[in-house]
Every structure is written in structure tokens, then in C-alpha cells.
Ligand binder design. Structure first.
Ligand code: NAD
Length: 490
């Protein structure tokens, strides 16, 4: 049984209360680890450590290239132990080895990208007046509280930790209480490559205690959350006390618009990938499939035929194409939404039940599910289910497609399938979302900004935007003619 500790000021620690939390394998329901479960006091100590370390300048004033060398080493080490990380990620989250493999390699790339970027980012200079030269420089924000969810545990560590450290900040990092295993592995790597003590701190525990302390403590300069919209709302309120900087990457209910002139097989294939990849537990999942009326029936039949063929199983079985949901509680929540859909009068066209055959009975597996005959006001169309549940709606024309696509409080992702390139661009420009696709889905690259419109969040992660999230910007005005200003008479 794995025993997971917190990492504060370069030391591995149990929680002050000695409390632990069971970590469960979602494919079997077995306890696979006991993780230290911290509280507000543990978080406070980590925050004070991060503050003291930031103010010491040991990391924040280190030359960028020197900081970068640590991040390059982290990327190398991730690759060196990638097989172990993939195995642990699958054990902890349930996702297939194939999915964990992409997450782990993307995480290494993320560290390498920010290691490179920090040595290339420059400031600006203006000659706005004859006597003043203005220079604009970027500085680290300070102490960053980083809070992440369970759906891509290791990759989300990288998305936040790599840019925050590259920019010269110190961090207090909180993984989801459900999936802390690979985060602790990353902190072992951080220790091994020799990042100074106190720069990177790991605190585990419930959001309402540890997360709340991070959000309300006045020593924290920046809170970055990847999580649900309700959590984002709570963090915004908590951060308002000290006007702490926030960036929020939140939930979604993203539209996938399929026109009749699209390549049919490609559209069906990507629509399946859009919703069932990661068992639908992906913030940007294409959970609302909008299909032009003239092909809607044919599309739906083909989609259902293919959904039924998806091989659901444990993530460590190379044959599995889709794994379990992350926890018993989350499975219950998804099954509850399926009941709501039926009660609302939607037609359950496929799936809709827990899979218990072939040794899956103790895990949290749900069959790929499709609802048709839905209306925009139904909860299953409006709310993020975060599971393998697609709703298929039809539309008459371009105008209605755009209306339905934007008829949501969210604005994370969206896609268009058509062979008419002018139409594709015209429509995607009207979709109010931050991550969009034409004739593809789920293609994400560390170089490109990640984030949402409306209630899907505030700010952008990844790319150069992701570095700016962790930087303050300062103007310095230099007088080139040093003499009295003469504003008041002498
Ligand atoms: P969650 O919001 O329940 O938890 C996310 C993190 O916030 C966890 O570490 C949790 O402990 C912490 N937390 C909970 N309450 C808190 C509070 N009051 N104060 C501070 N921290 C608190 O989300 P989840 O169930 O772990 O993950 C699923 C959600 O994350 C989905 O809504 C999904 O769309 C979203 N998500 C968004 C992105 C994105 O990039 N936009 C990526 C992945 C997941």
C-alpha cells in the first residue's frame, strides 16, 4: 500500500492532524494508497514557507536560464520514469494506458516548453516623450496557490507548475483529494533535480479546508484553479477579500456542429472521440452534438452503432478503449443525470446503465450513452454531466446551429464539421468559446492558449498567455534630462 506525504519546505510530512484519506482504484474499488489529508493549518505553514522563500530571492532572482535548467531536468526525468507514471495514473484515475501515455508525454513537453520560453520572453521599451524612456518588464507574481482536479491529474500538475516555476514564483500546490499519486511523484522529481527547499510545496486535503485557506490567505498573490464552475465561484468570492489575482479554468458543455456537407465518416468518428475520450470526463468534451436535419437520422444511427462497439474495460487492459469513471460518487452523479434525462422526456437511445459484466462489477463503469429528442431547456442539455453521455440535437440551418451552440452558460470549446471552408470559419467565429476546432476535436497543444468564455472561466493557461498568468508587469520611466520639473513656481 502506497503512503503519500505532503512536501513542505523540502521535507516530506504527514498532516498535523495525522489524518489520511483513502485513494481508490476506480476500476476495482480497492484502496491503493493512504494520502496525508491536510487542513488549513498545514496549508498555512506551506504558504508561509512559500512566502519566505519567494522573498529570499533564491528562486525569483535566479537567472532565467538557470531556472530553466531545472525544468529541463524535470522533463527528462518524467520521460525516464514515464512507464511508472503511466501505470500509476491509470491505477489512480482509471483512464486507459493510452490516455495516460498522452498525458505523461504532454506533461514532459509542457515543462520543456516553459523552460525554453522563459529564456526568450522580453519586455518592451517606448520612447513616448523626448525626455522619458519607458521600459516594461515582467516579474514573478509571488506566491502562487495552484489547485487542480482529478480528470488529468499529472498533466494538470504540469500545466500549472511549469509556467509558475518558470516565471520565478514559489508555489503551494493542491491536487484533487481523489488523485494525489502522480502529483507526489512529480514532487519527488522536483526534490531530485534540486529545486531549492520551499520553492515548491505540496499540500493534500479537502478543497473546503486546504483550498479555502489558499484562497483566503493574504500571503498568496495568485490563485489558479482548474476545476468546476461552482468551485470557481467560491474561489472568486474568497479571493475578493484580499483582491488576490485569480485565473479560473472551469467547466463546459461544448457544442459539436455537424453540417450535411461534412465528411460523414470523419464527423461520426470525431464526434465519438469528442464525447467518449476520457469517459467523457474532459472539460472540453463535445457533449452536445448538433447535426443538420437532413443527415441527423443517418448520423444518429451510425453514431449509436459505433458507440455500442466501444470496448469499455479496465485501463490496464490494452484492449480497453474507455475506462471507468473516477469514483463511486461521480458514477452515481452521472447515473442520476441519466435518470433526469429520462424524466425530462428525452429518448435514451443507447447505454444509460452501469456495466457490471466481465469482472467490471466492482469498478465504476458506465456504458457509452446517447440521448436524442432533447430540447435546449432540459438539464441534460444545459448542465455539465462530465461522463460518457452525449445529447444529439438537430438544426435547420446555419443560424439555428449558431443559436443552439451558444445557448449555454458555458463557453469552453466548440467545433464545426463541414467541407465548406468559408462556412466553417464563419460559424466558428460566431461560437462563443475559447477552444475551437474545424473538422477535428480534442487537439490541444502547449503553445496555444487554453480557457473559456462566459462561465467556463477567466484568463488563459498555456502558451505565452500561460506564462503571463504568473507574471506581474511593471513600467519603469527613466528621466533622460535630470533637472527640476518646474511645475510649481520656485
Ligand atoms: P472541483 O471543482 O470539485 O475540484 C477541483 C479542485 O478544487 C480540487 O482540488 C478540489 O479539492 C478543489 N476545491 C474544491 N472546493 C474548493 C474550494 N471551496 N476552495 C478551493 N478549492 C476547492 O472539480 P473536479 O470535480 O475535481 O473536476 C471536474 C471539473 O473540473 C469539471 O467541471 C471540469 O470541467 C473542470 N475542468 C476544467 C478544465 C479546464 O481546463 N477548463 C480542465 C479539467 C477539468
Amino acid at each position: 500500500m502506497l503512503k503519500l506525504k505532503m512536501y513542505i519546505d523540502g521535507k516530506w510530512k504527514e498532516s498535523i492532524s495525522k489524518k489520511t484519506q483513502d485513494v481508490i482504484n476506480p476500476a476495482t474499488g480497492e484502496v491503493i494508497a493512504k494520502a496525508a489529508s491536510g487542513n488549513a493549518e498545514d496549508a498555512r505553514i506551506a504558504i508561509e514557507t512559500a512566502r519566505k522563500t519567494f522573498d529570499s530571492g533564491i528562486w525569483s532572482e535566479m537567472p532565467n536560464s538557470e531556472r530553466a535548467s531545472f525544468l529541463f531536468k524535470i522533463a527528462d526525468k518524467i520521460e525516464e520514469i514515464s512507464e511508472e507514471l503511466i501505470r500509476l495514473e491509470t491505477l489512480d484515475n482509471g483512464k486507459t494506458f493510452r490516455e495516460s501515455g498522452y498525458d505523461v508525454s504532454d506533461a514532459a513537453e509542457c515543462f520543456r516548453y516553459y523552460a525554453g520560453l522563459i529564456t526568450k520572453m522580453d519586455g518592451q521599451t517606448y520612447s513616448a516623450s523626448e525626455t522619458i524612456q519607458t521600459i516594461v518588464i515582467h516579474e514573478p507574481v509571488g506566491v502562487c496557490g495552484l489547485i487542480v482536479p482529478w480528470n488529468h491529474p499529472f498533466l494538470m500538475c504540469a500545466w500549472k507548475i511549469a509556467p509558475a516555476l518558470a516565471a520565478g514564483n514559489t508555489i503551494v500546490f493542491k491536487p484533487s483529494e481523489m488523485t494525489p499519486i502522480t502529483a507526489t511523484k512529480l514532487f519527488e522529481i522536483i526534490e531530485e533535480v534540486g529545486i531549492p527547499d520551499g520553492v515548491a510545496n505540496l499540500v493534500m486535503g479537502p478543497g473546503r479546508e486546504v483550498g479555502n485557506e489558499i484562497s483566503t490567505n493574504s500571503l498568496v498573490d495568485q490563485i489558479s484553479l482548474i476545476g468546476g464552475t461552482n468551485t470557481g465561484r467560491q474561489i472568486m468570492k474568497a479571493a475578493s477579500e484580499n483582491i488576490t489575482n485569480i485565473s479560473l479554468e472551469l467547466g463546459g458543455k461544448s457544442p459539436n456542429i455537424i453540417f450535411s456537407d461534412a465528411d460523414f465518416e470523419t464527423a461520426v468518428d470525431y464526434a465519438l472521440y469528442g464525447i467518449y475520450f476520457g469517459s467523457g470526463q474532459v472539460c472540453s468534451a463535445g457533449s452536445r452534438i448538433l447535426v443538420e436535419e437532413s443527415i441527423c437520422q443517418e448520423f444518429t444511427e451510425k453514431f449509436i452503432e459505433r458507440a455500442k462497439q466501444i470496448r469499455v474495460g479496465t485501463g490496464d487492459n490494452p484492449d480497453s478503449e474507455m475506462g471507468p469513471l473516477v469514483s463511486h460518487q461521480h458514477m452515481e452523479s452521472v447515473l442520476n443525470y441519466i435518470e433526469i434525462g429520462k424524466e425530462e422526456g428525452a429518448h435514451l437511445a443507447c447505454g444509460g446503465y452501469r456495466l457490471e459484466e466481465n469482472g467490471l462489477d466492482s469498478g465504476y463503469f458506465i456504458a457509452p450513452t446517447v440521448f436524442t429528442h432533447v430540447t435546449p431547456e432540459m438539464r441534460i442539455v444545459r448542465e455539465e454531466i462530465f461522463g460518457p453521455v452525449a445529447v444529439i440535437q438537430s438544426f435547420k440551418d446555419e443560424k439555428e446551429a449558431i443559436y443552439l451552440a451558444n445557448h449555454t452558460k458555458y463557453g469552453l470549446a466548440g467545433s464545426v464539421f463541414t467541407n465548406d471552408s468559408a462556412k466553417a470559419l464563419r460559424v466558428i467565429k460566431k461560437v462563443r468559446a475559447g477552444i475551437t476546432y474545424i473538422n477535428t476535436y480534442h487537439q490541444g497543444f502547449v503553445q496555444a492558449p487554453w480557457g473559456g468564455y462566459k462561465q467556463s472561466g477567466i484568463g488563459r493557461g498555456l502558451g505565452t498567455f500561460g506564462l503571463q498568468e504568473f507574471q506581474e508587469t511593471k513600467q519603469i520611466n527613466i528621466n533622460l534630462q535630470v533637472e527640476p520639473v518646474g511645475w510649481f513656481e520656485n
